[in-house]
Design a protein around this ligand. Structure first.
Ligand code: 5RP
Length: 226
């Protein structure tokens, strides 16, 4: 199976999960990226059942609206029962690196108000230790050099993502060469750097359920059960 076929399989599995578990009329949290895009397409048959969706990026908002799914401002929502999103890497504890698409800040906000975070990923995303994928860090533009120095002092190699501005008007620094044995600790440490808006470690609030696309079928992993 190709990587796209594996992504398609997990996208459909997530849509089936939503059909089974999300109450009719409830609002769904929807992530960003190529896997999330396949999930959005798989929502088409369910759109009458959804009360609407909260989008984790402008790109996702546009896709949802094109499909006829009303997009709801997160400030109008108390909690979300389910949030479905992809990841760049996910470890056995269901901690993730996210932000390859640059939507990490809004993704982390949506994850924070969600009861169940469902990660949809093809098998290539599952790793024993996070860090092979460069860790995205969203930074206030005037702080890029200052934050880069701090990131280098932590042992990484920071590279400013070229020609890229986030939905929030900020820059992304991708940090190469990290071996992240303590994702919760590093996430908290990076949050302390002045000028950092968000870092792409989703560890304090990781995924609750991983739907992993493998050639043998979609495998399910629950947080705390691995
Ligand atoms: C966007 C993300 C995506 O979830 C992540 O980059 C995975 O994307 P894809 O499904 O295209 O591999 O965090 O900010």
């Amino acid at each position: 199976m190709t990587q796209d076929e594996l992504k398609q399989a997990v996208a459909q599995a997530a849509a089936d999960h939503v059909a089974e578990h999300l109450p009719v009329g409830a609002i769904l949290g929807v992530g960003t990226g190529s896997t999330a895009n396949l999930f959005i397409a798989a929502l088409a048959p369910l759109k009458q059942r959804l009360g609407g969706a909260v989008a984790s990026s402008e790109a996702t908002r546009q896709r949802l609206e094109k499909l006829g799914i009303p997009v709801v401002d997160l400030n109008a929502v108390e909690r979300l029962a389910i949030y479905v999103d992809g990841a760049d890497e996910i470890d056995p504890g269901l901690c993730m690196i996210k932000g390859g698409g640059g939507a990490l800040t809004r993704e982390k906000i949506v994850a924070a108000v969600s009861d169940t975070f469902i990660c949809i990923a093809d098998a290539s995303k599952r790793v024993p230790v996070l860090g092979r994928f460069p860790l995205p860090v969203e930074v206030i533009p005037m702080a890029v050099r200052q934050v880069s120095r701090e990131l280098a002092a932590l042992g990484g190699t920071p590279k400013l993502r070229q020609d890229f501005i986030t939905d929030n008007g900020n820059c992304i620094i991708d940090v190469h060469g990290l071996h992240i044995s303590d994702p919760v600790g590093l996430e908290a440490r990076l949050n302390q750097i002045v000028g950092v808006v968000t870092n792409g470690l989703f560890a304090a609030r990781g995924a609750d359920l991983l739907l992993l696309g493998t050639p043998a079928g979609v495998q399910r992993f629950r947080r705390g059960a691995v």
